[in-house]
Design a protein around this ligand. Structure first.
Ligand code: FJE
Ligand code: FE
Length: 311
């Protein structure tokens, strides 16, 4: 088939254009992350800034730190994380649950494991950073939180889907996305496959959590991948074909995330993501002087950090 037809987006398969393995690295305070998007060699997949598969065991974690200009989506796979911010918002993200945080104009918060009430010592999950367009960068901070039991879940032909954002087979997520985003958690039983529509011009990736999968076009070209691999899907083509190639009995679990590119200049300085260097300089000044969204950070310290004697 000529390449021109492959990019027409008329019931054509998206192909894998990049595959990378997320090695472990240390971040925060004694925490370990496998970063795929956002590392030096792969800075940005518009609108996605960071994808971390994290693992924290008390007393490690991500103590008091700021964010501005984007959203963080924390999806717990195992264990739980206690979240506290300088505006007095506090809560626990439990196993299978989700926190969609719009940092907007600014938040200072801590994300730390709880006291392991359920006996789980390794708290694991995924954190995705989604950029905001210039018109949403300085919105008031807000949260959307969903417990595991309230995440839309459906099953058909050996395929179980948890709908984090967007829609699958008529089942819709409650999450409202400022940057149009699809976020699906798939579990394919042995021998099952999917053909998942994705908007043609959206950037999309797969991150494998468990098992061994095949992704791409079974007739032309496909990639095989196992846990901790990120697969970036090419533009053009309008659906993802994936099938379980695991050993008999092994499920294949992966997330599929796609988003509409923002197409604006992006300047990142750690936890601040703006459109220009000047805006970054102003953000650092605002943070250091507790202004324009960082007012309440002046006298705030998280209980988790206090308990550990940090700062
Ligand atoms: C951060 C370093 C960090 N990935 N996954 C620098 F580690 C962080 C940060 C996180 C984080 C938090 C959780 Cl709960 C899960 C994460 C990085 O907090 F924001 C900066 N700037
Ligand atoms: Fe954070």
């Amino acid at each position: 088939m000529p390449i021109s037809e492959l990019s027409s987006g008329n019931n054509t398969k998206k192909l894998v254009v990049k595959k990378l393995f997320a090695r472990q690295q240390h971040e925060g305070f004694g925490a370990v992350v496998r970063r795929s998007i956002g590392r030096f060699e792969f800075r940005y997949l518009d609108p996605f800034l960071v994808l971390d598969e994290f693992s924290v065991s008390a007393p490690a974690g991500f103590p008091d730190h700021p964010h501005r200009g984007f959203e963080t989506v924390t999806y717990m796979l195992e264990g739980e994380i206690l979240h506290e911010d300088c505006e007095g918002h506090k809560g626990v993200i439990r196993e299978g649950g989700l926190q969609w945080m719009t940092a907007g104009k600014g938040i200072v918060h801590s994300e730390m494991p709880c006291s392991n009430s359920n006996g789980v010592t390794h708290n694991k999950g995924l954190q995705l950073w989604i950029n905001l367009s210039s018109k949403h960068k300085l919105v008031e901070p807000s949260y959307q939180e969903i417990e595991s039991k309230d995440i839309a879940e459906t099953e058909k032909d050996g395929v179980r889907v948890r709908v984090i954002a967007g829609e699958w087979n008529g089942v819709k997520s409650k999450i409202c996305t400022r940057t149009p985003t699809m976020y699906l958690d798939f579990t394919l039983s042995p021998g099952s496959r999917i053909s998942q529509p994705i908007p043609v011009h959206w950037n999309a990736f797969v991150y494998v959590l468990q098992g061994h999968g095949h992704f791409g076009d079974s007739k032309i070209q496909h990639s095989a991948a196992s846990a901790h691999h990120l697969l970036v899907l090419g533009l053009g083509g309008d659906c993802l074909e994936a099938w379980n190639g695991s050993d008999p009995g092994m499920p294949l679990r992966f997330i599929l995330v796609a988003g509409e590119p923002i197409g604006e200049p992006m300047v990142q300085f750690g936890p601040f993501v703006m459109n220009t260097q000047e805006e970054i300089d102003r953000t650092i000044d605002d943070f250091e002087n507790f202004r324009n969204g960082f007012e309440n950070a002046r006298h705030w310290k998280s209980q988790a950090a206090s308990a550990l004697g940090l700062f």
